[in-house]
Design a binder for this molecule. Structure first.
Ligand code: NFS
Ligand code: SF4
Length: 653
């Protein structure tokens, strides 16, 4: 089979160069493997196969042909709904684990058992106040311990509601969840319930299963996103605006390069610290120093707080190694392709796994625990420095291009900028701009890149189409990498904005002492989707309306991850439409499609009616942007706001 040309794999020229290098060197990457996987299985794509029990596997034929039921009698709606719920569980569980790990790290830190110190004291006191914890005349560590224990209750309590939902959910949105009995009690309990009800011979009612999926989305939202971001801000500080660089060119030809990859900032923060401490060692080894670069969401965490440059998003993670210039790729959890080890074996790169639950055969394992963070990080950095001697200079080729980008737009940072315009009511300038139509709406460009897709096309096309129509973009995850690499997170991106949005960004930027703000505001990693959620809640509360009424949307054009689906479900439950550009594998059931996507082919109730948000599946990014604009305009009209004219759509590149 002929492989896709490099320029059909990505629109990032550095990625294209490295795809060619990999092929010349006979190294296979995800882009090639994705092609070998074509054509994809029609049953799996439609979500109609079931392997829940040993009577199966069973699969339902399309167009009413036999068989129409599994051996147990489950019909297509039950099978598709169960599969959807299972997808969400496999997205939510890792996020909840992320939250729990950070809570345990905060607890151990508060008890003086780790080398970390609490950097976000203001945030700690603020959250303690929200949780009803007494902060008067108490030591910081005592307060931190009380907050950590409250967080751990969200994995233990048997009654009531998750604490983080209590403090973060909008009351208006919550009313609907409470009324329907969907509000989660604790994360582990709900994950366990969802697995149980989705098991063979349990819940067979597709609507009931989909309501269960909403609860799992809420678990992701509060135990995964909000809890993780809040506690990480307490431990490592709340991000503030920083300037950094994107693209493979951030790797340095004469330095020891360490790529940190994964999700939880505990390990990577320490790697950055030890890289600074051991810089001399690298010089002794003949290098010019140590260069730490980020990959995926760990990259986002480090970029937001430390300004660490970003080499790659998910789909091109193996190509970082193909540069031949990486001494170590250090990984923790999630989104780590097993394929990196095989690629590393073709070069001198060491893959270093750090978590007991995430190992790769052939990789070096250096176990990480918060208590021994310094020892682990020192060992990892020393391994990388030692490995510099093994580098083969003749195989090094780093693409040159890098792109400057701003990041670090926490809600606190955004409010500080707005406060320069109106210190009494910081939200007023933003809300006024939305009301007048100068900002038509807000869109969160989030989620992944996917090796099946041409990298970055979906993410930047949706973003540009929306910017042109004066939609303010906030971004997280690997989507932010796409936007960063293609100039939408620096001031050159202003060229893509409609005039009115551009004026707003200039006004806001001047208030912050800059020529302008970039058109896409980078709010962090995937768990940091809590930040746009907090911004929406603040705007809705300020206006006295429900989040579901706001002219806001979410878009995940190049998704691959169940995590993106569970985050998306959380936003749908809050009343926000979520676009995915990759097949969500539900098309086998008209009923499930109708409930989630509001297409009403099968009649009945929909998430749109009940919660105010729906799933939009649209692979064409230009059409997707139009559908998102339709929704923004519809919600503007609902609030009695003017609906501005549209710019004509471009074709997708
Ligand atoms: Ni989130 Fe997508 Fe992974 Fe981060 Fe990237 S692939 S769902 S963005 S790294 S989690
Ligand atoms: Fe088949 Fe039912 Fe078992 Fe699924 S649960 S594999 S549909 S018998």
């Amino acid at each position: 089979m002929a492989l896709r040309e490099a320029q059909d794999v990505s629109i990032d020229s550095g990625v294209q160069q490295l795809v060619e290098k990999a092929r010349q060197e006979r190294v296979e990457t995800a882009f090639d493997r994705a092609q070998k996987m074509s054509p994809v299985c029609g049953f799996g794509s439609a979500g109609v196969c079931c392997r829940l029990c040993l009577e199966g596997p069973c699969r339902i034929m399309p167009n009413g042909r036999e068989p129409q039921h599994g051996v147990c009698g489950a019909n297509v709606d039950t099978i598709v709904a169960r599969n959807f719920l299972a997808t969400l569980v496999s997205g939510t569980a890792p996020h909840a684990e992320h939250g729990r790990e950070v809570a345990l790290a905060l607890l151990a830190t508060a008890e003086g058992k780790t080398p970390f110190t609490i950097k976000g004291i203001d945030k700690l006191l603020h959250i303690a106040g929200e949780l009803g914890i007494d902060t008067e005349r108490r030591e910081i560590n005592e307060v931190a311990k009380a907050v950590a224990l409250k967080a751990l209750e969200d994995f233990q309590k048997q009654q009531g509601t998750m604490n983080w939902l209590d403090i973060r959910a909008q009351a208006k949105a919550r009313q609907t969840w409470d009324k329907l009995g969907l509000t989660p009690v604790n994360a582990h309990l709900e994950i366990s319930r969802a697995i149980t009800r989705g098991a063979m011979g349990c819940d067979a009612d597709p609507l009931n299963l989909l309501l269960g999926a909403i609860t799992i989305g809420l678990v992701d939202g509060y135990a995964g996103l909000h809890l993780s971001s809040d506690l990480q801000d307490i431990l490592f500080g709340t991000p503030r605006a920083v300037k950094s660089r994107y693209c493979m060119g951030v790797l340095q030809p004469h330095m020891v390069n360490i790529a940190v990859h994964g999700h939880v900032p505990m390990l990577s923060e320490k790697v950055v610290e030890w890289a600074r401490k051991l810089n001399d060692e690298a010089e002794k080894a003949g290098a010019e120093g140590i260069n730490v670069v980020g990959v995926c969401c760990t990259g986002n965490e480090l970029l937001m707080r430390q300004g660490v440059p970003i080499a790659s998003s998910f789909s091109s993670q193996e190509l970082v190694i193909v540069t031949g210039a990486v001494e170590a790729m250090v990984v923790d959890i999630q989104c780590i392709m097993p394929g990196i080890q095989k690629v590393a074996e073709c070069y001198h790169t060491k893959i270093i796994t750090t978590m007991g639950d995430v190992k790769i055969p052939g990789a070096t394992h250096v176990e990480f625990h918060p208590e021994t963070a310094d020892q682990a990080a020192e060992k990892i950095v020393r391994l990388a420095v030692q490995n510099y001697a093994c580098r083969d200079a003749s195989r090094v080729a780093i693409p040159e291009e890098t792109v400057e980008a701003y990041a670090g737009f926490s809600v606190e940072q955004i409010l500080e900028v707005l406060g320069n315009l109106n210190s009494e009511e910081p939200l007023k300038p933003l809300v006024d701009a939305i009301a007048s139509g100068a900002i038509r709406g807000v869109a969160a460009l989030v989620g992944c890149t996917n090796p099946r897709e041409k990298q970055d096309v979906g993410n930047i096309t949706v973003a540009k189409e929306l910017m042109k129509n004066n939609v303010l973009i906030v971004t997280t995850g690997c989507a932010a990498h796409s936007l960063g690499k293609h100039g939408l997170m620096n001031l050159s991106g202003l060229d893509y904005c409609g005039e009115e949005l551009r004026n707003v960004l200039v006004t806001l930027g001047k208030a912050a002492g800059l020529p302008a703000l970039p058109p896409a505001l980078h709010m962090g990693s995937c768990v940091d989707n809590s930040r746009p959620a907090n911004l929406l809640r603040a705007i809705a509360d300020y206006l006295g309306v429900g989040i579901r009424q706001l002219p806001v949307v979410g878009s995940c054009p190049e998704t691959h991850s169940p995590k993106a689906m569970s985050i998306g479900t959380y936003f749908i439950a809050c009343g926000v439409d979520v676009h995915v550009g990759v097949n969500p594998q539900i098309s086998g059931s008209d009923f499930v499609t109708s409930v989630l996507c509001n297409d009403r082919t099968a009649g009945g109730v929909t998430t749109d009616e009940v919660f105010g948000g729906k799933l939009i599946y649209q692979p064409d990014p230009v059409k997707a942007a139009q559908e998102l604009l339709d929704r923004i305009d519809q919600k503007r009209a609902g609030l009695g706001l003017p609906v501005p004219q549209r710019e004509v759509a471009d074709c997708a590149g």
